[in-house]
Design a protein around this ligand. Sequence first.
Ligand code: CA
Ligand code: CA
Length: 105
Amino acid sequence: MTPPMSRYAFSILATLLCSGAAQAQSIIPKLDQEGRKGDMARLAKEQAVAKFNAADTDKDGKLSKDEAGKTSPYLAENFDKRDTDKDGFLSWEEYVGHDRWPKDK
Ligand SMILES: [Ca+2]
Ligand SMILES: [Ca+2]
């Protein structure tokens, strides 16, 4: 079951993320934030975690280029840009594009 608002929330945050990581960093609400923004952050993070875990087929906690490519052509295209430490894998933080949402919180 997906809460009705979550798709909407995710698309908004995805749009924010696409507008640039540096900018997104200051816009992305924190998970413990009160009210609507916090709700959106929690819902979007939940969905992002589900997508990340589904993509991480070998369950090593990071996405290889192969895994990213099978999940989303868009992600594969932007893989090198997102892989900021250039280790050839996308960590959770690199995947979401900011470090405001600890994965296991
Ligand atoms: Ca993996
Ligand atoms: Ca990396």
